[in-house]
Every structure is written in structure tokens, then in C-alpha cells.
Design a protein around this ligand. Structure first.
Ligand code: AMP
Ligand code: MG
Length: 513
């Protein structure tokens, strides 16, 4: 038995190391997943598995397979359901806190279990987490489980985000558990295997600050985070500076920079996270916790999809402000490390925090200019972008398709939309396009590489989920195939480009817990 388990690692490619468990004990509890009745794999991400160095054939060996000793021990169903723990993994649930819709709570992984950190053949470290793997010490009143629909939704949207070039956690597999979960009614239970650079959140720092008497916990977490994520970024930044700098200030600056870049990317593709609580903001700068998120069809900066976001706190246009609000919460936790005098520490933090809006605007403008075929920014470009967005809002235009179709209009004298304000905008844009070193052909190429043809449209996602819940995975597989090549003008994927049919009921999303 022991031999076969050791072979298991050799054959499957798993290589676990668990550096997080070196942190002081309040940061986690050891917790194995709760076994499930009859796990069955629904979807498996072959390219991701290969990039992680996992041996796909071995992982997917079923009981009919030959050539793999003790195949039952490492069958995908068993591992991705949490029924079997791969060798070297030391499952834990992580503690964290968070401001949820502005209210502070002590939280933690209530339904997710971190198997450990997998080291890829090129030495990259990734958290492997099972979401929906059973109760933990942090489950509060929850059942520790997840339903199939929301787990497939996270799979679809996170993989779409990855293909769109947005930093994100990834999805390796979804298995059904063979057990129901009870929400408004009984739903099929499922577990998602999530792959992340880490699951350290703003809320993890808030947790450390909340339990700290002497700043030991926050220092341990900050040092761990610097070491795990930012040593390279900090060293690069420091070499540009003269003199020595507080490394915790460098940490704050790196996190601010990564978030400014991330949120700008969301805004450029019309993504609405929907629940930007501080526990749902990853320090490494990846998009995390796909709950009520959705992509905007018609451009409207006030768009909110989440049924629980009554005040529009997490509306499309509010996302940069909320990111900054969350970063203030992050900076507060670092104050004892920034300076021994609190007033000095606050001044240092404020100076860093003020850079967020400058950085965000710069990332946003660079990205929006690229969407218009502009290689560098000029003084009036922000106005040019704003004017287009105002036209789009006024005429109820589709965000994704308008930008994509502009690449076809770059060498047309008349725009397709004949409204006077749009004609005037189009003329100004043309003039600007011709006023750059690069030729029109390169500008069009830039636009085609920057403006996706295909995003996970809400009606398509819902259709794929309904079919999957009814046992038909074909719709989901076709959607995933289209989403994997969002910048291609593939005629076979034309149907995915259509906005939803008109409806009187606005699209709503739910937290899916
Ligand atoms: P989320 O809305 O998914 O970001 O989750 C917020 C908090 O609620 C986290 O601490 C989760 O672990 C916890 N949670 C969500 N769903 C469940 C569940 N079904 N059982 C236990 N805890 C849950
Ligand atoms: Mg969360």
C-alpha cells in the first residue's frame, strides 16, 4: 500500500510542498476533505493539467485502464472529490477576515480546503484548492458544500478570463459528488479544483491584524507574502530607487500596482466582479472568487448584476473606487510595520495609496487607447475614450461588439451608426488614428488583438449550465472551446457574439453558496 502511494506521486506528477503551514497556527487549521458518496468527473482542464506538469493519462486512468499500478489510488474522481489525498499534500482550511459590503467579519475557508502547494516542473508554486469539499472550523452555519451550477460557472468565467489575458485563478476540474446540496431546493453537489498563485487575501492580512497583540502575526504574514510573491518585483523596484526602503512599504506599493493593473483590465473587457469584499481580493493580483460576477452586454456604467448588491456598491464604474477602499483596509493592517510612530506610518501609507488612482488611470488609458488602435497616449485621448463611452451609453450599444466592430470601421469614412454624435466622434477618432507613427494596418491588428470577439455572455453561460445540469455537457464544451480563442474571428463561433435577445427582466446573478 505504501509503495503504491509513493508511485502515485511519481506517476501522476503531483509534487506538493506546504509552505503555508509554516505560518503561526492561527492562520489555518488542518482539515481533510469530507469524503463523498459517488464522485464523477464532469470536466477536466487538460491544457492546465499539462502546464502544471501533471500526467494527464495517469490522472484520468479509470478502472478499465491498464499499466498504472494501484490506479484506484489516484483516479481523478477520487482526488478531485477529496476522497483521496495525493502524497505530500497536507490539507488545511485557511483563516481570514473581511469587509463584506463594508462590514467587518472574521471568516475563513468555510467550504474550501487547500490540499497544498504544487510545484510545477519549472519550479512555479500553485495552491491546489478543493472548493465545496466539506465543513471546516470556519463553516459557521454553512454546509461546506457547493452546487454544480456555480462551480461550472466559476470554471467557465475563470478560464474565459485567462484566455482574455486577465490574471485569474484557474479551474482544473469539476466533479459531482453524487450527493444533493440544499439551497432553495435540492441541487446536485459538486467540487471545483481551483489553482491559484496563492489564496492570500486582503482579508488574510485583516485577520492577522485582528488577532495581533504585538504585530508578530502581521509580520510573519507580510514576510511570507513578500517571499512568495514579490521578491522579484521588490528587487526590481528597489534597483530603480536610491537608498534603502522599508520592504513592507514595497509590499504595499506592489499590491497597489497589481490591483490598479487588474481592475483596469476588468474595465477594458466589461467584467463586473460583483462581490469585491476584502476577502475576495487576492494579494497576488489574480481575480478570485467568481460568485455573482458577469460581463456587461449593453454599456452602462451603473450596471449591477448581483441580486444582493442593492446599493450598487460593486457596480461596473465603482470597481476602481472599491479597489482603492479595499487597499486602504490592506494598508491599515501594515501600519505597525511601516513605522514605529503611528502618525508617520499613516502618512507613509497615504502617500502610497494616493498613487492608486494615478496608476489606475494610466493602465486604463493605455488599455483603452489600444482598444482604439492607438499605440501611445496623447493629451486628448482620455476625452476621446470618454466621448465614445458616452455615445455608447446614450445609444445603448453593446460594449464588446462596438469595440470589435470599430476595427472594421478604421478605414471607413462613415460609421455604421448614423447618429450625429457618433459621426462626430468617428471623425475625431479617424483623425487621431492617422496622427501616429504606426500605419492603419498595424492599428487594426492592435484592435483585433485587444478587443475580444467572444466573451462569456450571460445568456450563453446560463444555457450551458442548464444543459449541464440536465446531463448534457455538449453545450458547455462548445462554449468553452469558443471562449478559449476570444480574439479569433472564427465563423463557427459567430453565434457566441450575439447580444442576448431583448428581455423585460434584467439579468440577475446570485452568490451561489
Ligand atoms: P463567498 O461569498 O464565496 O466569498 O464566501 C464568503 C464566506 O462564506 C467564506 O468564508 C466562505 O468560506 C463562506 N461560505 C460560503 N458558502 C459556504 C458554505 N456553503 N458552507 C460554509 N461556508 C460557506
Ligand atoms: Mg470569498
Amino acid at each position: 500500500m505504501k509503495d503504491s502511494i509513493e508511485n502515485n506521486t511519481f506517476i501522476t506528477g503531483w509534487k506538493f510542498e506546504n509552505s503555508y503551514t509554516q505560518l503561526p497556527s492561527p492562520f489555518f487549521v488542518k482539515q481533510n476533505p469530507t469524503p463523498v458518496n459517488s464522485p464523477s468527473i464532469v470536466i477536466f482542464n487538460h491544457p492546465l493539467a499539462a502546464s502544471l506538469g501533471l500526467k494527464v493519462e495517469a490522472l484520468l486512468a479509470d478502472s478499465e485502464g491498464v499499466g498504472f499500478p494501484s490506479k484506484q489510488l489516484f483516479s481523478s474522481n477520487q482526488i478531485f472529490s477529496g476522497n483521496q489525498i495525493p502524497q505530500g499534500a497536507e490539507p488545511i482550511a485557511q483563516a481570514y477576515a473581511g469587509h463584506q459590503f463594508g462590514h467587518f467579519n472574521i471568516l475563513g475557508d468555510g467550504r474550501a480546503i487547500l490540499l497544498g502547494e504544487h510545484i510545477t516542473p519549472i519550479g512555479a508554486r500553485f495552491d491546489i484548492q478543493l472548493k465545496g469539499a466539506g465543513e471546516t472550523a470556519y463553516s459557521r452555519r454553512g454546509d461546506g458544500r457547493a452546487a454544480l451550477g456555480p462551480m461550472l460557472r466559476e470554471y467557465i468565467i475563470s478560464e474565459a478570463m485567462h484566455a482574455l489575458g486577465v490574471p485569474t485563478t484557474r479551474s482544473l476540474a469539476v466533479v459531482t459528488t453524487g450527493e444533493p446540496v440544499y439551497r432553495t431546493g435540492a441541487l446536485p453537489g459538486a467540487i471545483l479544483t481551483r489553482v491559484a498563485s496563492s489564496h492570500i487575501r486582503v482579508g488574510t492580512f485583516q485577520f492577522a491584524a485582528a488577532i495581533d497583540d504585538d504585530s508578530e502575526a502581521i509580520k510573519a504574514l507580510a514576510d511570507y507574502t513578500l517571499n512568495r510573491h514579490f521578491s522579484k518585483q521588490v528587487i526590481e523596484a528597489d534597483t530603480e530607487q536610491t537608498g534603502t526602503k522599508n520592504k513592507y512599504l514595497s509590499l504595499l506599493e506592489c499590491v497597489i500596482d497589481n490591483q490598479a493593473s487588474l481592475i483596469a483590465k476588468w474595465m477594458q473587457i466589461g467584467f463586473i466582479h460583483g462581490v469585491m469584499n476584502t476577502d475576495n481580493m487576492a494579494i497576488c493580483g489574480e481575480t478570485i472568487d467568481y460568485g455573482p460576477c458577469a460581463f456587461m452586454d449593453t454599456y452602462d456604467p451603473a450596471t449591477v448584476f448581483s441580486s444582493i448588491d442593492q446599493q450598487g456598491r460593486y457596480a461596473f464604474a465603482n470597481q476602481p473606487h472599491i479597489a482603492q477602499w479595499n487597499l486602504v483596509r490592506f494598508a491599515e493592517t501594515l501600519l505597525p510595520l511601516l513605522h514605529t510612530e503611528q502618525t508617520t506610518a499613516i502618512a507613509i501609507a497615504e502617500t502610497a495609496l494616493h498613487t492608486f488612482s494615478v496608476k489606475f488611470k494610466q493602465y486604463w488609458l493605455t488599455g483603452m487607447c489600444a482598444k482604439l488602435g492607438l499605440f501611445t497616449e496623447q493629451a486628448d485621448d482620455a476625452l476621446l475614450v470618454e466621448n465614445l463611452l458616452n455615445c455608447m451609453a446614450k445609444h445603448g450599444l453593446d460594449y464588446t461588439n462596438t469595440f470589435r466592430e470599430l476595427s472594421l470601421e478604421a478605414n471607413m469614412q462613415q460609421p455604421m451608426l448614423g447618429a450625429p454624435d457618433f459621426i462626430a466622434w468617428h471623425k475625431a477618432w479617424h483623425k487621431r488614428l492617422l496622427n501616429q507613427d504606426e500605419n492603419l494596418e498595424s492599428a487594426i491588428q492592435l484592435m483585433l488583438e485587444t478587443n475580444p470577439a467572444i466573451i462569456p455572455r450571460n445568456h450563453q453561460v446560463e444555457a450551458a449550465l442548464s444543459a449541464a445540469e440536465a446531463g448534457d455537457l455538449g453545450v458547455l464544451e462548445m462554449l468553452l472551446e469558443a471562449l478559449a480563442q476570444p480574439f479569433n474571428s472564427n465563423p463557427n463561433h459567430q453565434a457566441y457574439r450575439a447580444p442576448p435577445p431583448p428581455s423585460n427582466t434584467p439579468y440577475k446573478t446570485y452568490c451561489g453558496t
